[in-house]
Design a protein around this ligand. Structure first.
Ligand code: UFG
Length: 341
């Protein structure tokens, strides 16, 4: 019997790539999304890549407890991967209540449904933001979580704690939190990728939109940081590599190979790259010149963060494979594909 995985927020950037990899690995998948921050075209892209025109899709809001309950009654779910959440750091500062309501309530409903249906494996989509400005780099899963600097970051910490506590009280629930570093790039088919609404907050979509002429100039936020070239350091992870980490984590859960009821893994490359390096690499790989300038630091940015990935490498048997060059080529191919639409 094939195992069935529910992917909440499965039509979004990460969810769509994860759905593709789950199907490639032989899982049955049910995608559910309220379509609040994605486009139908991404789900269509998933169906096209996988050749699954009948791939189940449920349009629903995970804040609706009755709808979540109905979903768990309709399908026997072996594991749920929970992506359905808001993710813009700046917006969360301006609208904290909206963020707490959406991100916490949706996950609470998932946990409640998991409990009501005799337990479930739960994979929570967390973030390296929980480490804040770490004292020691790279960060391991044991590095301290620092007080969150945004409501968005706080929702990630609280949801991790909700999962941990639910598992401690009820051994029929098991869970993994994956802490993502900076996911970038697009599927090699260019049928799915990131679709930022309005002006992108994140670096790579801003770069590709500048390169295509949608934005006049990239601002590099700060060049006086205590780093080798003065710009911030991050761990940029290819979206397909990131998606494959989910397959490894889900397989570990459904095959009963977890060592503890609740486990945490960093999902990154272990390679720090500065903003200036990333821009130079993008120009080189894609043979173009980017219009950019140095600007003031962006409030709230950490100076540097990258992952110690040993735990994921050893326990999940997963390792990021794609080079930064391949990933930046895919990001540019995706932007060009969008321009042709
Ligand atoms: N940057 C620029 N110019 C831009 C956009 C970004 O210079 O136009 C810089 C930022 O200052 C930062 C780096 O590029 O130094 C990366 O910025 P992103 O916004 O792409 O990513 P962040 O590292 O700030 O945030 C990401 C996710 C968050 C998550 C965080 C966890 O977007 O959701 O990683 O570390 F919380």
């Amino acid at each position: 019997m094939k195992k069935r995985i529910l992917v909440s927020g499965g039509a979004g950037y990460i969810g769509s790539h994860v759905t593709v990899e789950l199907i490639a690995a032989g899982y049955d998948v049910v995608v559910a999304d309220n379509m609040s921050n994605c486009d139908r075209s991404c789900f269509d892209g998933v169906r096209q890549i996988t050749g699954r025109s009948e791939l189940p899709f449920v349009e629903m809001d995970f804040c609706d407890a009755a709808a979540v309950e109905r979903l768990f009654s309709r399908y026997k779910i072996d594991a749920v991967i929970h992506f359905a959440a808001f993710k813009a750091v700046g917006e969360s500062v301006a609208e904290p209540i909206k963020y707490y309501r959406n991100n916490l309530l949706s996950f609470l409903n998932v946990l409640e449904a998991a409990r009501n249906h005799g337990g479930c494996n739960v994979l929570f989509s967390s973030s390296a933001t929980v480490y804040g400005e770490a004292d020691k780099l790279p960060v391991t899963e044991q590095s301290p979580r620092l007080p969150a600097t945004s409501p968005y970051g706080n929702t990630k910490q609280i949801c991790e704690d909700m999962l941990r506590d639910a598992i401690a009280a009820d051994p029929s629930i098991r869970g993994i939190a994956l802490r993502y570093f900076n996911p970038i790039g697009a599927h090699p088919s260019v049928l799915i990728g990131e679709l930022p609404r309005g002006v992108p907050n994140n670096l790579v979509p801003f770069i590709t939109q500048t390169a295509i002429g949608k934005r006049a100039c990239l601002s590099i936020f700060g060049n006086d940081y205590p780093t080798p070239d003065g710009t911030c350091l991050r761990d940029y992870i290819d979206i397909v590599d990131l998606a494959q980490a989910h397959v490894c984590a889900v397989t570990r859960m459904v095959e009963g190979r977890m060592k503890e009821g609740y486990e945490i893994f960093n999902v990154g490359t272990g390679r720090p790259v500065s903003v200036a390096e990333l821009v130079t690499e993008f120009e080189k790989v894609n043979g173009l010149k980017l219009n950019y300038k140095f600007a003031d630091r962006r409030p709230g940015d950490v100076v540097a963060i990258w992952a110690d990935t040993s735990r994921a490498n050893e326990e999940l048997g997963w390792k990021a494979k794609r080079t930064l060059a391949e990933t930046l080529a895919s990001a540019w191919a995706w932007e060009k594909h969008l321009a042709e639409q």
